[in-house]
Design a binder for this molecule. Structure first.
Ligand SMILES: *[C@@H]1O[C@H](CO)[C@@H](O)[C@H](O)[C@H]1NC(C)=O
Ligand SMILES: *[C@@H]1O[C@H](CO)[C@@H](O)[C@H](O)[C@H]1NC(C)=O
Ligand SMILES: *[C@@H]1O[C@H](CO)[C@@H](O)[C@H](O)[C@H]1NC(C)=O
Ligand SMILES: *[C@@H]1O[C@H](CO)[C@@H](O)[C@H](O)[C@H]1NC(C)=O
Ligand SMILES: *[C@@H]1O[C@H](CO)[C@@H](O)[C@H](O)[C@H]1NC(C)=O
Ligand SMILES: *[C@@H]1O[C@H](CO)[C@@H](O)[C@H](O)[C@H]1NC(C)=O
Length: 430
């Protein structure tokens, strides 16, 4: 089923530039587990692992050290691959990635690259500011399908939405001018409210400083508690903080334009199963793996291949979940209720408990929304049915859900399916 989800996305992607990211992009990125230490072998062996393990997450996007301008091309200013790490060049790497596609008439795997809307990348390699056209043209000539575009060394060219937008719009125009559909993943950490201007120039935009592999360790490196007018996005942002940031931004996202909550940390070891199994699907963040896909535990594989959860993220309506309420728990943390509208009159209902103790709650389905009086069947998407498929039925309800107990640091994600609409057994297809 993951195949179908991904393939349908790829088909749309292949249809032309404006049809990219009709559902949030899925993929893999080297940064969270490898930082700068990447080379051709890592990229190609990981792509092979994605294929062999049936993840088929289309392609990958690579950051840092992927590209360096060398002194050899001073005349044109075109980017040149690091000759030691990528001795065969980057077109070769992209060609190898594309050749992993499972069907001849589909791209199958897409290849991605990283640069920066500044003089240098965050790691001090050459950025693209002032070189947008030649860089975009070079990426296209290498066969790249995805650009992640960062915000370091921007020469102070931020502070108003217009100034920020100009830098990113230049690259967006340059990508369009190549004629190659290239997914534009804008990464300015939420500075100057990209959700207000990025939807017309990019397919996704980061809403926070960099994620940290931690659930709720808040520290001064990620100082903002609200995303609105956050002046210092920082880094090492705890996962639950990023979810708070996403809450007011739901309506900004939709097909072709997504709030990016940053790459997944699943498999990197800092959190428990329950902590990893949280809200990225409901808030419709891109799902970009950040672990070593060549060497995953069974638990990691379980989490990232939960097809009922992926179906929520990749739902064709592209409607982002909204937070209905957030209740402070006296001992710390909070309990949150989220709803999202899904295809075929079904709903996702998520209850997230960031407190140190288990919490029980009674949820009236009409809370925060119009009356829903139908009878629904309720499926727990982080539990398996008797056949071993994700999405265990909890029976039917009307008006109020059965009392829900959410463990400390757990997020219960349910799908409510109108009983009259049920034609299929597999909840990921409803
Ligand atoms: C991947 O999927 C194919 C086709 O469904 C199947 O034959 C193969 O066993 C699967 N491999 C793994 C590692 O799950
Ligand atoms: C390119 O520019 C660098 C830095 O100015 C310089 O060191 C290098 O010699 C130049 N290379 C060529 C081939 O001109
Ligand atoms: C955008 O690019 C054009 C030429 O490519 C350049 O003249 C202009 O200064 C750039 N604007 C910004 C804000 O970088
Ligand atoms: C896989 O990960 C384990 C634990 O980190 C490590 O000991 C092992 O060497 C890794 N194997 C490969 C093939 O990378
Ligand atoms: C939920 O409702 C049931 C039935 O009215 C009640 O017994 C239970 O105490 C309620 N639970 C909570 C957490 O309020
Ligand atoms: C929605 O319902 C229709 C009609 O029953 C069905 O064909 C379709 O597969 C369902 N799911 C989606 C994702 O459209």
């Amino acid at each position: 089923m993951i195949y179908l989800i991904l393939f349908s996305l790829i088909l749309k992607a292949a249809a032309g530039g404006n049809g990219l990211a009709m559902t949030p992009q899925m993929g893999w990125n080297t940064w969270n587990s490898f930082g700068c230490d990447i080379d051709e072998d890592l990229i190609l062996s990981s792509a092979q692992a994605i294929k062999d393990k049936n993840l088929t997450s289309f392609g990958y996007e690579c950051k840092y050290r992927y590209v360096q301008r060398t002194t050899s091309d001073n005349t044109t200013g075109a980017p040149v691959a690091d000759p030691v790490r990528f001795p065969n060049g980057l077109k070769h790497v992209a060609d190898q990635i594309h050749s992993l596609g499972l069907k001849a008439n589909l791209p199958g795997f897409i290849a991605g690259i990283y640069s920066d809307a500044g003089t240098f990348t965050c790691e001090g390699h050459f950025g693209s500011l002032g070189f947008e056209e030649i860089d975009a043209a070079t990426y296209a000539s290498w066969g790249m399908d995805y650009l992640k575009y960062d915000n370091c060394y921007n020469e102070g060219r931020e502070g108003t939405p217009l100034i920020s937008e100009e830098r990113y719009a230049n690259m967006s125009r340059a990508l369009d001018a190549t004629g190659r559909p290239i997914l534009f993943s804008l990464c300015n950490w939420g500075v100057d409210g990209p959700w207000n201007w990025a939807p017309t120039i990019a397919h996704s935009w980061r809403i926070s400083g960099d994620i940290m592999d931690n659930y709720d360790r808040f520290d001064d490196r990620c100082p903002c508690t609200s995303v609105i007018d956050c002046k210092l996005p920082g880094n090492n942002c705890a996962m639950t903080r990023i979810i708070d940031f996403a809450a007011p931004l739901s309506e900004k996202a939709g097909p072709g334009r997504w709030n990016d909550a940053d790459m997944l940390e699943v498999g990197n070891g800092g959190m428990t199963f329950d902590e990893y199994g949280t809200m990225w699907a409901v808030i419709k963040s891109p799902l970009i793996l950040g672990n070593d896909v060549r060497n995953m535990t069974a638990e990691t594989l379980e989490i990232i291949t939960n097809k009922a959860i992926i179906a929520v993220n990749q739902d064709p309506l592209g409607s982002t979940g909204i937070r209905v309420w957030k209740k402070t728990i006296p001992s710390g943390g909070d309990l949150q209720l989220w709803y999202g509208s899904l295809v075929n009159s079904t709903w996702v209902i998520a209850v997230m408990n960031t407190s140190p103790e288990d919490q029980s709650t009674n949820i009236t389905f009409s809370e925060g929304a119009t009356e829903r009086t139908q009878t629904y069947e309720l499926f727990d998407l982080w539990d398996k049915d008797d056949a071993g498929d994700w999405g265990k039925s909890l029976g039917t309800f009307s008006g109020s859900l059965p009392e829900t107990t959410v463990k400390s640091h757990q997020t219960k994600v349910f799908r409510a399916v109108p009983v009259s609409a049920q034609t299929k057994k597999d909840v990921s297809e409803l």
